[in-house]
Write a protein that binds this ligand. Sequence first.
Ligand SMILES: Cc1cc2nc3c(=O)[nH]c(=O)nc-3n(C[C@H](O)[C@H](O)[C@H](O)COP(=O)(O)OP(=O)(O)OC[C@H]3O[C@@H](n4cnc5c(N)ncnc54)[C@H](O)[C@@H]3O)c2cc1C
Length: 521
Amino acid sequence: MSIVQPYDDRFQSLLFDESRTMGRADFVAMPRCEEEIVEAVKFCDANNVPLTAQGARTGLAGGASPEGGLILNLSRMNRILGIRRGADGRYLLRAQPGVPLLAVRKALSDKMVDVSGWSRESLDTFASVRAGELFFSPDPTEPTASIGGMASCNACGARSFLYGATRRHVHALRVVLADGRVAALERGRDRAAGREFSIPCADGTSLSGKLPDFDTPDIKDAGYFLRPDMDLVDLFIGSQGTLGIVSELELILMPAPKLLAGVTAFFPSDECALSYVAAMKRFSPKPASIEFFNRDALALVEAQKLETPAFRQLQELPEDYCSAAYVEFNLGGEEELYPALEQLSGALAEAGGDPENTWVARDGLELEKLLLFRHSVPETIDIHVERNKKNEPAITILSTDMAVPDARFEELFWLYERDLAESGLMSLIFGHIGENHVHPNVLARNLDEYERGHALFEKWARAVREMGGTITAEHGAGKIKKPLLLILYGEERMRTLLDFKRALDPEGILGPGNVLTEVDR
Ligand SMILES: Cc1cc2nc3c(=O)[nH]c(=O)nc-3n(C[C@H](O)[C@H](O)[C@H](O)COP(=O)(O)OP(=O)(O)OC[C@H]3O[C@@H](n4cnc5c(N)ncnc54)[C@H](O)[C@@H]3O)c2cc1C
């Protein structure tokens, strides 16, 4: 039986992702192995059918919402395949793309994993590792995300302030190319020569071409990662299913920190919060994450407590606050904790915060509560978007993840605050302030508000381009933010990117409507 089936209503839930971008489809394939991905891709190549890859559909930019053609849903490719030590001694975990982040965490923290079919080397290596000894650091805060989806968005998250984005933690990829050939790429081994690249394929052939003649922003790549002499795995990381389908990954594991601790502090003004954040960026030990919540974000969660029973377990907010910051430490042990907390308390007082009015977590269990609060913000946004969509089906999530260099961040922050206040739109700001990318969100209740939100995002994209930043630091351009990518690069560079994609995907079947915008020739 063919892996490709006609689309029918049973698959309706596969038409959208967490952004609530509604798509359409003609076919569905839910492969369990690489050969079945190849079969589906060859079907699309032969019949000129576009295809959209899906992991767990937690993406916030509409990347996994299909624009017709085939849905290639990879959630059944959910097996961890083995573990080995690389030449440099690091542990490398091999897995299928549909494995949820949660399953990787469980495999490492509790050694809960199905090892059937593992090689002797893998079994021995796994037996030699203690539960909780290793961890995979990327944390897009949504643990149901798949590792294939995370790599395809180059997901960041709270802890990337210390550990970097997903890209840094992927050693190797197997990728099914647009014509069904399979490439096995390893970091450090398979590289471009200057701007010339040659992707070696399993059948002994190769796919060669030239990289665009410009580099994507240093601050965080947007669209594609492009550098001379680059590792070829990096072409596919962050490319959102537009250059190839990730069929297997080898993830780089790290020694797990011995102690997790965190502090959520509240401030009488955004100025105080920004001054504290600046001190935390210079702090030693370097925090794993620095997160921010403005008054609207805190108030929105507080209001949601009345409606969502699960939120009632969240801690009580102090009475007088304007904004809050969460700082997490990943430490070597208790001996590092108390000096860090004492020093932090000094920095807090100096910034105008109140050390008495803080939530402190001294171990992983207590930290869960602070993380639950952090997670409740995007969860609340999701509830609002779902509700607003019932009034106006065209509404999607309106969230940005722009980032700028350190020196320009405060300027961008005040631009967000000023524009949102003047617009009168229902909005909030929260997110990864340590890495200069917070998420202003507009909760549009009708089409007019939705369009005004988009217009603000376009204005900010122009400002961010001028500041030397990027329009998407973690969610990817997908469909919702691709107009912003056009603002960032301009038409000429967009043409170059389109030509580059065509070299890898001549029929244009991969990820229709994602990332790139057609421009006049
Ligand atoms: C509450 C919440 C909080 C979030 N917070 C963060 C955050 O802090 N940081 C962050 O980075 N993200 C965040 N996200 C977004 C999301 O979790 C990530 O983007 C995630 O990495 C996407 O994984 P996925 O498996 O759901 O991918 P999907 O949504 O299914 O797909 C994402 C993109 O990758 C492509 N794709 C998926 N799998 C493959 C594959 N195997 N091969 C090729 N292309 C593929 C899809 O076509 C699509 O373009 C959050 C989401 C939610 C719901």
